[in-house]
Structure formats: C-alpha cells, structure tokens
Ligand binder design. Structure first.
Ligand SMILES: *Cc1c(COP(=O)(O)O)cnc(C)c1O
Ligand code: SF4
Length: 343
C-alpha cells in the first residue's frame, strides 16, 4: 500500500545531476546539456534494466543534441492565450490551468521544456485565476496540466477543487499526468478517495501520458489498477517520437496496452517544433505514412486521434490527411482558414 510519505521521499531523493546518475547507471552521460535533469532512483533502475540505448534511456537521459538552437521556445503559442500567469484559454469552453511546474521526471522531448523549471511564465496566482474563471461562464472544463498536477499534495489539489466547485459553470475537471507511469507510489488511496469525493460535483477525467509499453513497471500497472474506479474516466495521450514509437508495431502494442488496462486511447500528438528537442521530430509526411496503415492493424475504437498543434497558437487539428500524405505547407485553422507554416 502506498502511503503519502513514500512518493515525496522518492521525489526528494531523485537524481538531479549527471555525475551521480552516470555512476548509478554505470555509463557515461553527456555533460553540459543546458536543460536540467530529474529521475527518481526507482525509475533510474528501470532505465538501467531497459538498456543504455533503450527507449527509456532515449526519452529521459540528457544528450548534447538538446543544445541545438533550432526550434521554438513556445512552439504552440501558450503565451498568446495566457489569461493569468497560470491559465491558458485557447478554446472557447475549456482552459488549461498550470498549478505547478514540477514533474515526476524531465522528459527530454518536453514541449514546455523551455518554460518549465525556470523562473518561467507560470507563477502562482490563484486569486487572479479564479477571478478570470468566475467571469467567464463559457468555460465548462478545467484541464490541470503543468508540470504535473499530481505532484501537488492532496491538500493543494483539494483546495483547487473546492474553489472550482463554487463556480457553477465548471462541469468537467481533467488532469493530464505522467505520474501514474513514472511515480506510481503517488497514486495513493488517499488521493483516490479525495478525487472521488468530488464526483457528484464534477465529472473527473485523468489523461495519462505514455509513449511506450516499456515505460510501465509491474508496480505502475498494479497501482493504476488499484486507483481506477468506475467514477473516474481514464484516457491516454502519447507523443509520436522519432526512435521511440515511430512505427506501427510499437503503436499497436501501446494502444492494446491502454485498452487492456482500461485507458481509452485519446490523443497521439505529432511532435511540436520545440527548441532542444529537434532530434525527436519526424516530418508530417513520415507521421502520416505510419498512421495511414494503423486502421488495418487495430479497430477504429482503439485508435486515438492523431493530432498536431499548428505552430504559434492556432490550436490542435487532425494531423492525418486522407487526400495526401504530403504536407502542402498549410493547415486549416479552427475557422477553416489556411495557415501557412514555414518550417
Ligand atoms: C490541447 C489543449 C487543450 C485541450 O484540448 P482538448 O482537445 O480538449 O483535449 C486545452 N487548452 C489548450 C490551451 C490546449 O493546448
Ligand atoms: S511530464 Fe510532461 S510537462 Fe513534465 S517534462 Fe514530461 S512532457 Fe514535460
């Protein structure tokens, strides 16, 4: 049984420097990478077991490729739709809330890697955030993202939910989290009980971020299964990443895994053009070639939506184009206008 103290200890004793991690893994790790490092000891063991060049090592160990200057600091235009320092309102009826910039691990491909864990734009300003939400009755859903919202204490999460519960037009609460995969000890019975105590007020949805079946330890699978309840909806989101899951076999295994563990496939994101993660990118043509055959391999209900965030804040749209694998250079935005994207 997971107790609240376990996960906090695990997180506070995590590796944060290349030297001690390299020693633990018994392998060299690139030095002088400009982005910080964070891996818990337990997860470092899983990375080690998965091999020095495995899909875990490549997602989580820093490499010199991250020092490339190419790409954007804010690839999806978060800033353009910032309403308070921790609220992003891009779509009419839902808003992203960033209650923390801390994560259970630092993913090297992260789309917010230039904005998190610095003095970044996401300062805490709960009062202004609640004020904005109160005066925007069109907002029906709050999406807790980050950072990782499950890194907050139960008290902090509960405090947010209580505050949101007093705003009548908010009906849905969504959490986007990598915690169930990376820090399973955090999926405590106390957290489950606290969340389910709100289900008469909100529908609660938990979107789990996972890109590969190998990310899941037996402990993570067990903790998730213990956490699940018929009152909570579980969805998946994955990022299509070069050298990690950019083939049909790996994706099929991943989507099978989700369904077998009561997680409904929701999104497969085409990678964003983020500064420091260019080495994970593949072209839209390559992504579409992979996607074109997926429906042959698995039924429609098991397929997530393959989507892309149009660079610079135009929002999400379908990445697959049934008429052509080639990318014309333009996307249709939410109003149906063509948006040319210079690559
Ligand atoms: C992706 C995103 C959402 C969530 O979009 P859904 O399609 O509802 O999952 C909400 N707000 C912003 C700013 C986003 O980037
Ligand atoms: S958990 Fe999410 S926000 Fe945190 S580093 Fe990974 S991709 Fe980025």
């Amino acid at each position: 049984v997971n107790s609240p103290a376990d996960w906090q200890t695990e997180l506070s004793s995590a590796f944060r420097d290349t030297h001690s991690l390299a020693q633990f893994l018994g392998q060299e790790i690139d030095n002088d990478v400009r982005y910080p490092l964070l891996i818990t000891k337990k997860y470092a063991q899983l990375i080690k077991d998965n091999g020095v060049d495995g899909v875990l090592a490549r997602q989580f160990l820093p490499t010199q490729s991250e020092n490339s200057e190419k790409g954007f600091i804010d690839p999806i235009g978060d800033k353009k739709f910032s309403k308070t320092s921790q609220l992003i309102h891009r779509y009419h009826n839902r808003a992203l809330l960033i209650p923390t910039t801390t994560c259970p691990i630092l993913c090297r491909y992260c789309f917010r890697k230039n904005e998190l864990n610095s003095d970044g734009p996401f300062a805490q300003d709960q009062e202004a955030t609640l004020n904005y939400l109160q005066t925007h009755p069109e907002i029906e859903e709050i999406i807790f993202t980050g950072g990782d919202p499950f890194i907050l204490t139960d008290n902090k999460i509960s405090q947010w939910l209580h505050a949101l519960a007093s705003i009548d037009h908010i009906k849905f609460i969504r959490f986007h989290s990598r915690v169930p995969v990376i820090l399973p000890s955090r999926m405590t019975l106390e957290l489950k009980n606290m969340l389910t105590s709100f289900v008469d007020r909100f529908q609660i949805i938990i979107v789990i971020h996972s890109n590969h079946v190998s990310e899941w330890s037996p402990e993570a699978i067990q903790s998730l299964r213990n956490f699940q309840s018929e009152n909570l909806i579980f969805l998946s989101q994955s990022v299509l990443l070069k050298g990690i899951n950019d083939n049909q076999k790996t994706l099929k295994e991943l989507f099978h895994f989700f369904v077998q563990n009561k997680i409904r496939p929701y999104y497969l994101h085409h990678p964003d053009q983020v500064k420091g993660a260019e080495h994970f990118e593949l072209s839209l043509e390559e992504g579409r070639r992979i996607w074109a055959g997926m429906h042959d391999l698995i039924p429609g209900w098991m397929l997530p939506q393959y989507t892309i965030d149009i660079p610079h804040g135009h929002g999400k749209t379908q990445a697959f184009n049934p008429e052509s694998i080639e990318f014309s250079g333009s996307f249709l935005d939410r109003k149906g206008r063509k948006v040319p994207v210079d690559k």
